[in-house]
Design a protein. Structure first.
Length: 296
């Protein structure tokens, strides 16, 4: 396993959506998520992590060390079994194995971290409660993301659509089209903030410099190979990275996030493109031991 990173990081992601639904809310008929008090749009951390996982899975295509643990149509047990098979351990007799080798649980956990990128990055709870429980432990990942929130309140539009493909033969005898609905946000710019802990990388998962470079690449391109008609036009516009000179960091994260400001050029007009905003980073206000890189 490559050496773990030695510097703490914080980062800010700015991404936008045009005529799409960036993250539907199943509790509201899949309408775009909003904060009911402010009207600002929300995109969950789970949604953003899914995009990152999808990109890594696409570009690495199952390369050793870059498998994805949380993936569609693959039960967690299927991935858990790989560790047991590699170490030639029978999950039914794991208690006896622990008596013979007290370090077996650590070996199983290390195998999962070594082989699955998203476990190294985000951590995972790798215990399933079934008849023959597979326990690969749990790790807290060094990479954490918060919810993304739109800079301004969003307008949820319900667009009525028609289709000429009728569902059943009986319906086709009565009508030539069917009606449907589509929920969109005309335009919104979202801001998400994230953290990379070198301390957790060193202690828990071994998240390396190579993994970090892949993470930045995945964030920048997370919408490029994940298009859908429902999400409209989405793009990452800024990735602003703060690098500390030490493992534990040289300043509180909020002081770094506060140096990034996003403002409307014409507050009286509705925003309809990224150019309607101005993004500034007050590098003069950065504490000693912290540097900033605008990666886009």
């Amino acid at each position: 396993m490559a050496e773990a990173i030695k510097n703490r990081y914080e980062f800010v992601i700015l991404f936008d959506v045009e005529n799409g639904n960036p993250n539907g809310d199943p509790d509201a008929g899949n309408m775009p998520r909003i904060d009911p008090e402010t009207g600002c749009g929300i995109v969950t951390d789970v949604c953003l992590k899914r995009k990152i996982r999808n990109y890594v899975e696409t570009v690495k295509d199952g390369a050793p060390g870059y498998e994805i643990y949380i993936k569609e149509n693959v039960p967690l047990n299927t991935s858990d079994k790989k560790a047991y098979e590699y170490l030639q351990v029978d999950e039914k007799t794991i208690r006896d194995e622990r008596k013979k080798d007290p370090g077996i649980d650590e070996k199983i956990r290390d195998f999962m971290c070594k082989n699955f990128f998203d476990i190294r990055a985000f951590g995972a709870v790798m215990t399933t409660f079934v008849k023959a429980a597979l326990n690969c432990g749990q790790v807290r990942g060094p990479v954490q993301l918060g919810f993304a929130r739109s800079i301004d309140p969003v307008v949820q539009q319900e667009v009525t659509i028609t289709r000429v493909a009728i569902t059943t033969e009986a319906d086709a005898e009565k009508k030539g089209t069917e009606m449907g609905r589509k929920y969109i946000v005309p335009y919104a710019l979202y801001r998400a903030e994230g953290f990379v802990s070198a301390n957790l990388a060193r202690k828990s998962t071994g998240f390396s410099e190579e993994d970090l470079a892949l993470l930045w690449e995945a964030i920048i391109n997370m919408f490029e190979d994940d298009r859908s008609a429902a999400r409209g036009k989405m793009a990452v516009r800024e990735l602003i990275v703060f690098r500390h000179d030490s493992i534990l960091g040289n300043a509180p994260s909020y002081k770094l996030f506060d140096t990034v400001t996003v403002e409307r050029k014409n507050p009286g007009d509705p925003a309809r493109k990224y150019g309607d905003y101005t993004v500034t980073v007050d590098t003069a206000a950065l504490p000693d031991g912290v540097s900033c890189t605008r990666m886009i």
